[in-house]
Design a protein around this ligand. Structure first.
Ligand code: FNR
Length: 370
């Protein structure tokens, strides 16, 4: 294998290394996977309007997220069951995030518990929450996360039912027998039964609360003092309600195109959500970010930061902690270069005018020749 020089290359390496059932679970999207392709394709339709002859000898990528200073606006999204990718799973991801001075979000469905991840050492970590029908389970888990030093809850709101992922159905996807959903082990909810379709889809149907609604966002605030990020917003309408419901931030996400197919790519939905949030809470994005240029485009459209999902599991499968470190480093280097070549020395200098999109009115066309 030659030297890995960009984030996308890890996908092919992971495909070689992983059992088909595992690779397909990580890679796939819902149904026709239109949104899956679109999440990446849409970035390629946004172009730069770089500014020149600006002293870019010093580039500052640092930012503050919910009061926490990090080295760059590139963070780690929650992805479930990371020990299927590598024996060190979430431990490796936590260490890599911490080494890069950025934030890791731990999935509810991690194969390592909140306490285990906390024990890997210092680091700013968020906890992604799926709301179970049994609210006592939820309360207990949120308390454990808070006690273990997690700093925020990312409440996933796009999964009242699991999206239809056809390869998981064909493969009869289920958690390998040597692993458990560690956060739920003591609660008898740590195992996933085999099913006639996707074992995960059956697990969700059995355990996850389909009644989840905005009043539960308020309820969550009564059981924790951690700030709540609403993960899975795609419209201005919902951005406004999220703000009204006390969310501390919004994550524009389509769950890596694994839930409702034919929703727009997140980069296409971002600007509308930013407008809906009216500057009252920070708006983040995940989905399809594979290049430093993608990070820049998201920030130019109003995001305060981005999260990456699949690049983490694929690099983890390829090289463990070193792979995740390398992914974060490559994105960091590319993003820094993009800033320099666009004439931006700090995140606050990245503006809407540094990019052009298909929905922009033509700016300075030659005078009409009609
Ligand atoms: C996810 N995602 C996810 N989201 C969540 O809220 N809880 C979870 O447990 C998971 N698990 C998960 C597993 C795998 C394998 C993937 C690919 C995704 C969604 C994730 O947080 C994020 O929204 C997307 O992964 C972002 O898109 P990219 O970066 O994968 O394109």
């Amino acid at each position: 294998m030659g030297e890995v020089t960009n984030v996308t290359e890890y996908q092919a390496i992971a495909k070689e290394k992983l059992p088909k059932m595992v690779y397909d679970y990580y890679a796939s999207g819902a149904e026709d996977q239109w949104t899956l392709a679109e999440n990446q394709n849409a970035f390629s339709r946004i172009l730069f309007r770089p500014r020149i002859l600006i002293d870019v000898s010093k580039i500052d990528m640092t930012t503050t997220i919910l009061g926490f200073k990090i080295s760059m606006p590139i963070m780690i999204a929650p992805t479930a069951m990371q020990k299927m990718a590598h024996p060190e799973g979430e431990y490796a991801t936590a260490r890599a995030a911490s080494a890069a001075n950025t934030i890791m979000t731990l999935s509810s469905w991690a194969t390592s518990s909140v306490e285990e991840v906390a024990s890997t050492g210092p680091g700013i970590r968020f906890f992604q929450l799926y709301v179970y029908k049994d609210r006592k389970v939820v309360e207990q888990l949120v308390r454990r996360a808070e006690k273990a030093g997690f700093k925020a809850i990312a409440l996933t709101v796009d999964t009242p039912r699991l999206g239809r992922r056809e390869s998981d159905i064909k493969n009869r996807f289920t958690l390998p027998p040597n692993l458990t959903l560690k956060n739920f082990e003591g609660l008898d909810l740590g195992k996933m039964d085999e099913a006639n379709d996707s074992g995960l889809a059956s697990y969700v149907a059995g355990q996850i609360d389909r009644t989840l609604s905005w009043k539960d966002v308020k309820w969550l605030q009564t059981i924790t003092s951690m700030p709540i990020l609403v993960k899975g917003v795609l419209t201005a309408e919902d951005a406004r309600i999220a703000v009204q419901s006390g969310a501390a931030g919004i994550i524009v996400s389509n769950h890596g195109a694994r839930q409702l197919d034919y929703v727009p790519s997140t980069i296409m939905a971002l600007e509308e959500v930013v407008k809906g949030a009216q500057g009252r809470v920070p708006v983040f994005l995940d989905g399809g970010v594979r290049r430093g240029t993608d990070v820049f485009k998201a920030l130019a459209l109003g995001a305060s930061g981005i999260f990456i999902g699949r690049p983490v599991v694929f690099s983890l499968a390829a090289e463990g902690e070193a792979g995740v470190r390398k992914v974060l480093q490559m994105l960091r280097d590319e993003f820094e270069l993009t800033m320099a070549l666009s004439g931006c020395r700090s995140l606050s200098e990245i503006t809407r005018n540094h990019i052009s999109t298909e929905w922009d009115a033509p700016k300075a066309l030659p005078s009409a020749r009609l």
